[in-house]
Design a protein around this ligand. Structure first.
Ligand code: PLP
Length: 433
């Protein structure tokens, strides 16, 4: 990585975020091999083998453009934002706000003022639960949460429900891992204040019919929060088309740094929400008599945020924006079909869930082998997958399991890597007898 010399250039987004044109620009066919050149870590060996990174559901790897943007930011542009009167503060603030504009465009939000930066999905959900939830949930109210949700889209609702005397109501799954839409329709009522649902499941890959689910919830005047943590890296999102009330995601699952994410909220909802955390940046005026708060979104951004992370997120969005995302979707779908078929041929391997709409996440068990043993075996071959409950215990228990193995794919994975995975699993199976 080359860090620019101090003073070598004025740090606007155009100069700081260099090299954001990736192979496979819009209109060109998607070329995973070319994209792999952008990811230095994919070229390191692990345990004497080329790395096969199939733990993208946990976090994605970062393109060099993002890595270099972080170095460049600290090299020539580091300053706190919003409060300084000097050139560096103004430049850093401009970058920060440019990232907010880019996130709004990325989500199809009408205005950057509807975007709040958070540490990630978990913090964004907690923000909504603690701020919106405190004023909008009361005794007897219900929060509908599908059984397949990540713990971070269950526990914050349990916490606020307990405090407010409301109830978290699980929406059951069908055998294929889809949300039972009949049960969902039956459970919705005027008691339903909120539906919290993921745009793509981290354990089953399920992509629910969100537009229909949101429209149905709105008939009962319920608010809908969509957890986009797993969705955003896989397909384009449009919060207006979905008519989502809140939409949240994490940068680190989107080729951006850890510790940065965003909350989208409809302006009328954000405007009515009380501050969550208090501190600098989020106030208009502080007095021991009365303190007044900054308008949204700054009202929800107390303290010094992860400014470099915000710049890294901007870089990741520019990098992703240079790709033809429809071509990426087609590539990942073909890759998942290939992986699904290849894995099904491994004796004793059982895949969990078979939703018709899904992202490239394949969770499985191997007869007679503990999932953690599967992960350790694959690691010896340089293959990184995840084993455990995947922070989705209710979803796994739906299949009678406490633990499973998961291979989760990103746009830089290849059919050859699927072959390596399948070959290693077949050898393990043979050895297990
Ligand atoms: N929601 C889903 C569907 C996830 O997969 C994850 C992380 O795995 C989260 C929420 C939590 O994301 P984070 O830990 O980045 O806040």
């Amino acid at each position: 990585m080359t860090t620019p010399e101090v003073g070598s250039r004025v740090p606007s987004a155009d100069t700081l975020l260099t090299g954001t044109t990736s192979p496979g620009a819009v209109g060109a066919p998607f070329d995973a091999e070319a994209v792999r050149h952008d990811f230095p870590v994919l070229h390191r060996p692990v345990n004497g083998h080329p790395l096969v990174w199939l733990d993208n559901g946990a976090t994605t790897q970062k393109p060099r453009q993002v890595i270099e943007a972080l170095g460049a930011y600290y090299g020539v542009a580091n300053s706190n934002i919003h409060r300084g009167a000097h050139t560096m503060a103004r430049e850093a603030t401009a970058l920060f706000e440019e990232s907010r504009t880019a996130v709004a465009a990325f989500l199809g939000a009408p205005s950057p003022e509807e975007i709040v930066f958070t540490r990630g999905t978990t913090e964004a959900i907690n923000l909504v639960a603690q701020s919106w939830g405190r004023d909008n949930l009361g005794p007897g109210d219900e929060i509908l949460v599908p059984v397949l949700e990540h713990h971070s889209n269950i526990v914050p609702w349990q916490l606020i429900a307990k405090e407010r005397g409301a109830r978290v109501v699980p929406v059951p799954l069908l055998a294929d891992g889809t949300i039972d839409q009949d049960a969902y329709a039956d459970l919705l009522s005027y008691r339903t204040q909120l539906v919290a649902v993921s745009h793509a499941s981290n354990v089953l890959g399920t992509v629910p019919p969100l537009r229909e689910m949101i429209a149905l919830a709105h008939r009962y005047s319920a608010t809908v929060l969509v957890d986009g943590a797993q969705a955003v890296a896989h397909f384009p999102v449009d919060v207006q088309e979905l008519d989502a009330d809140f939409y949240v995601f994490s940068g680190h699952k989107l080729f951006a740094p850890t510790g940065i994410g965003a909350l989208y909220g409809k302006p009328e909802l954000l405007a009515g929400m009380r501050p969550w955390q208090g501190g600098g940046n989020m106030i208009e005026s502080v007095d021991f008599g009365e303190t007044t708060y900054a308008p949204v979104p700054h009202r929800f951004e107390a303290g010094t945020g992860h400014i470099a992370g915000v710049v890294g997120l901007l870089s990741a969005l520019k990098w992703l924006g240079a790709l033809d995302r429809d071509a990426v979707v087609a590539y990942e779908t073909a890759l998942m079909d290939y992986a699904q078929q290849a894995l099904s041929a491994v004796p004793g391997l059982e895949l969990l869930g078979s939703a018709p709409e899904r992202i490239a996440v394949l969770t499985f068990t191997l007869a007679g082998v503990d999932p953690s043993t599967v992960a350790e075996w694959l690691d010896r071959d340089g293959i990184a997958i995840r084993a455990g409950h995947h922070c989705a215990q209710p979803a796994l228990r739906h299949f009678g399991l406490e633990s499973a193995a998961r291979a989760s794919f990103a746009l830089y994975n290849t059919p050859e890597e699927v072959d390596t995975l399948v070959s290693s699993l077949s050898r393990l199976r043979q050895q297990a007898g």
